[in-house]
Design a binder for this molecule. Structure first.
Ligand SMILES: [Zn+2]
Length: 242
């Protein structure tokens, strides 16, 4: 049991050092990922607008072709007007001509609207592009800063990670899970010691009867206030000395 408690404290000490290295990175990892998000959002926005613009150009070309065809057939109808034999034929032809007139003006109006929206899309895209460039430059700078910090502590971190692995291998899986759960909930510290009769994690007084039990190192106790694993000062001193 003594060893079980010792390795948990060893794990905590290594994690403390790893946390310090993590702290050196400050807000940079968050900044990098939030910049990446903003860039993705912006890129999607731009490509959506570019797609809408391409579709608008295609539609306009289709409409123009349609207008050409209508004008062609109108020419034929107009030529036929001179060869009509009766009113019925004449009415039918003028009806066709009127109908294609309507269609032509409808398509031309549609194309004017499409040209307007295409122009506005171009303007929007041109406004977004410098913003995207700005964010990409900032991202590059932040990434470089972060890489520099990581590189400066690369070796130290590798040593700590390999130590951590060795320590973790000595701990039973359920203990590791409990440790990791508390560590996550308490943002770092999962194992606390007793200092001046108080839990070093939350500074609440540990009842003296409980302190005695903890000093026996015979089982895992957790702080009744913060839930951290409580170990005796004796274990802490021994591990820190080694
Ligand atoms: Zn506590």
């Amino acid at each position: 049991m003594l060893n079980r408690l010792k390795v948990l404290y060893q794990l905590q000490l290594v994690d403390d050092q790893l946390d310090k290295l993590e702290e050196l990175r400050g807000d940079l990892p968050n900044m990098v990922s939030s910049l990446e998000n903003s860039i993705n959002v912006l890129k999607t926005e731009i490509s959506d607008k570019e797609l809408a613009q391409r579709e608008s150009v295609e539609k306009r070309t289709q409409n123009e072709e349609e207008v050409e065809k209508l004008k062609e057939s109108q020419k034929k109808f107009k030529a036929q007007l001179y060869q009509v034999r009766n009113n019925k034929e004449y009415d039918a032809l003028t009806k066709e001509i009127d109908h294609s007139d309507e269609q032509i003006s409808k398509l031309e109006a549609e194309n004017n609207a499409l040209a307007d929206s295409s122009k506005s899309l171009s303007e929007q895209i041109e406004e977004l592009k410098p913003k995207l460039e700005e964010l990409e430059t900032e991202l590059k700078e932040r990434e470089a800063d972060l890489r520099e910090i990581i590189k400066a502590n690369e070796k130290e971190e590798a040593v700590l990670q390999s130590d951590r692995k060795k320590i973790e291998d000595q701990i039973k899986k359920p203990d590791v899970s409990v440790y990791m759960r508390i560590r996550k909930a308490k943002k770092g510290k999962a194992v606390a010691t007793i200092r001046r009769s108080a839990c070093s994690g939350c500074h609440n007084i540990v009842p003296s009867q409980r302190q005695l039990e903890i000093r026996r190192n015979s089982r895992i106790f957790t702080c009744e206030y913060c839930g951290r694993i409580l170990i005796s000062q004796e274990i802490a001193d021994e591990v820190e000395a080694s």
